[in-house]
Design a protein around this ligand. Structure first.
Ligand SMILES: *[C@@H]1O[C@H](CO)[C@@H](O)[C@H](O)[C@H]1NC(C)=O
Ligand SMILES: *[C@@H]1O[C@H](CO)[C@@H](O)[C@H](O)[C@H]1NC(C)=O
Ligand SMILES: *[C@@H]1O[C@H](CO)[C@@H](O)[C@H](O)[C@H]1NC(C)=O
Ligand SMILES: *[C@@H]1O[C@H](CO)[C@@H](O)[C@H](O)[C@H]1NC(C)=O
Ligand SMILES: *[C@@H]1O[C@H](CO)[C@@H](O)[C@H](O)[C@H]1NC(C)=O
Ligand SMILES: *[C@@H]1O[C@H](CO)[C@@H](O)[C@H](O)[C@H]1NC(C)=O
Length: 518
């Protein structure tokens, strides 16, 4: 295995992107974000005399730029060739709140998006938890307040990650975990500061299956002395850990909330049973097809319920769902995924378009994305390659992590359908971990946020298993309930930034972020 960073020649300060002055005005936005920052923080901006670091440090490997770091170290990104001709893209943000205190280690969050094939660098970063939203305005609820953030387009073929040969897409979660571990070795082994930080693998949706396999693979590499990293824990947000339990939950849940009648329930239960039998027989690819058919059937009988929030309608035409081929149905359900997040955008000021952003200003900023690569929110090729592993459960991997003493946190949005809380409760009850009975018998604590009186959720913990029930959120918890999600992630990562400090975010924090992105 080639350790890329070992061969890096640091050509310092080769790229001057703008004239530098200790009293520079924010008048010439060479980079993304500045215009929007002045929108929010105009008065502060004019007053401040800011040292702007517009320099990038390019890190070379074998004549090609493999990584870039901003001169102040607040951001870095790069490609790791995880296998010959398979390139994985990562983007790291250092928190402006980071402290170096051995008593209170500063956490790093590795965000794993779902799909499989959905881009964490795009969706998780700009639509959910990163420092800027897709209008490039500061996100006051960014998780960067509590931890450093590492976004990865995982597995290869997703977002800015790419393969030079289509046979190189991963076919299993375990293959993805091997690539992910190679990436962690490249990013962490050369930086002692990062090694001292506990890494929390935080996942959404299909990312949960990746997260538990990656955590186990990383622990093996750590034990073998190949990876220098301190694993803090795993957090599974609305995660597809047990496909059988989710597909079985859909019918009964929708019937109870009036979205299906008995007729629809019987038909969906019959497909759910078929899925269960296919999984038991190891017919995983067939189970994926049945999953797709079940989504179509439920869309039809529910008059198009939104799989990411069962109180809403999806804006798809139900007829096209039932008529289309299996492949098309999959594409439709994937498209639905991205549209749902778009509907959450509340910022006025016109249409934001993640495709345009990622293929325009962001690609320009990053410098190292191949010219002919087009960023896509969801790679159907990545999804298709994983068709044979999409429906396999990862409950035993959760058990293994629990038995090893790793902190496992689960959080679920109340209104999610695709990874419904009903299904999550069902697979949690199947855990063989010796603390499960006590966990199930433990009472919950209500959660509040932002000085509001209404209940935002519930939590409970027993030993190293933690569960957060988040009310009034669907599949995308951080985007739908940002206040309680931020408090939660601070607690999960044991962030030195106290729970109450989040309120101090807002404009001042946004300004700091703006400096960071230049
Ligand atoms: C900043 O801009 C203002 C108004 O445009 C100008 O008067 C001032 O000289 C500028 N300052 C610097 C340091 O360029
Ligand atoms: C290591 O990580 C720290 C924390 O983000 C950063 O400040 C520093 O620049 C990094 N060092 C190198 C050599 O990349
Ligand atoms: C992009 O260009 C490289 C050579 O510069 C080539 O190897 C690769 O196949 C191209 N990729 C696409 C998607 O066209
Ligand atoms: C797990 O989290 C708890 C706090 O919730 C902490 O006290 C404990 O040290 C953590 N354990 C590990 C192994 O990180
Ligand atoms: C986080 O921890 C603080 C302090 O224990 C508590 O007040 C708050 O409710 C917790 N928030 C969440 C979402 O767990
Ligand atoms: C963050 O922004 C939202 C809307 O943009 C606002 O409702 C909320 O109060 C803000 N929170 C903080 C902590 O500033």
């Amino acid at each position: 295995m080639v350790i890329l960073f070992a061969h890096i020649i640091r050509l310092s300060l080769v790229l001057q992107l703008s004239s530098i002055s200790a009293h520079k005005n924010f008048s010439q936005p060479d980079f993304v974000g500045i215009g929007s920052l002045s929108f929010l923080c105009l008065i502060d901006m004019k007053k401040s005399h800011v040292v702007v670091s517009l320099l990038l440090v390019l890190l070379f490997h074998e004549g090609e730029v493999s990584a870039v770091r901003t001169q102040d170290g607040s951001e870095a990104w790069g490609y790791v060739q995880v296998r010959p001709k398979a390139h994985m893209f990562w983007w790291y943000y250092r928190s402006p709140n980071r402290i170096e205190d051995p008593q209170k280690p500063w956490p790093i969050i590795l965000w794993l998006q779902g799909g499989p094939g959905a881009s964490g660098v795009g969706i998780g970063n700009f639509q959910e938890v990163g420092p800027l939203d897709e209008f490039l305005k500061p996100r006051n609820s960014t998780w960067l307040q509590k931890a450093d953030l590492l976004f990865v387009d995982h597995p290869v073929g997703t977002g800015y990650s790419f393969v030079e040969d289509t046979t190189l897409f991963v076919k299993t979660d375990v293959e993805a975990a091997t690539d992910g571990t190679t990436l962690l070795i490249e990013v962490f082994n050369k930086n002692e500061t990062l090694q001292k930080s506990p890494l929390y693998i935080v996942a959404e949706s299909y990312g949960g299956k990746f997260a538990v396999t990656l955590a186990l693979s990383a622990l093996n590499a750590i034990q073998a002395g190949k990876l220098k990293l301190n694993l803090g824990g795993v957090a599974l947000g609305d995660s597809w850990i047990s496909p059988e339990d989710f597909t079985s939950s859909w019918g009964p849940l929708l019937k109870d909330v009036s979205r299906l009648d008995n007729n629809g329930l019987q038909k969906s239960d019959s497909l759910a049973l078929q899925i269960k039998q296919q999984i038991a027989a190891g017919k995983m690819s067939e189970a994926t097809d049945t999953w797709s058919a079940l989504e179509g059937l439920i869309s039809h009988y529910s008059n198009n319920v939104d799989f990411y929030n069962f109180l809403l309608d999806s804006d798809e035409d139900p007829l096209s769902l039932t008529a289309a081929s299996v492949e098309l149905k999959q594409e439709i359900s994937l498209k639905r995924y991205s549209r749902y997040l778009q509907t959450l955008r509340s910022t006025p000021g016109g249409e934001a378009d993640l495709d345009k952003l990622m293929n325009g200003p962001i690609k320009k900023k990053l410098k190292i994305i191949p010219q002919n690569l087009t960023w896509g929110e969801q790679s159907n090729q990545v999804f298709a390659a994983l068709q044979g592993d999409f429906m396999s459960p990862r409950i035993s991997e959760v058990d293994e992590l629990l038995a090893k003493g790793v902190n496992v946190s689960i959080y679920n949005g109340q209104l999610d359908l695709i990874c419904a809380t009903k299904g999550t409760n069902a697979w949690v009850e199947k855990l063989k971990w010796d603390g499960i009975t006590n966990f199930l018998n433990t009472d919950r604590t209500p959660l509040y946020c932002g000085g509001e009186k209404s209940t935002k959720g519930f939590t409970k913990s027993y030993r190293n298993l933690h569960f957060y029930w988040i009310l009034k959120a669907g599949h995308f918890v951080p985007a739908e309930q940002p206040c309680v999600a931020l408090s939660m992630i601070g607690n999960i990562t044991q962030s030195p930034v106290a729970s109450s400090k989040q309120i101090a975010g807002g404009c001042a924090f946004g300004r700091e972020m703006g400096l960071r992105i230049t």
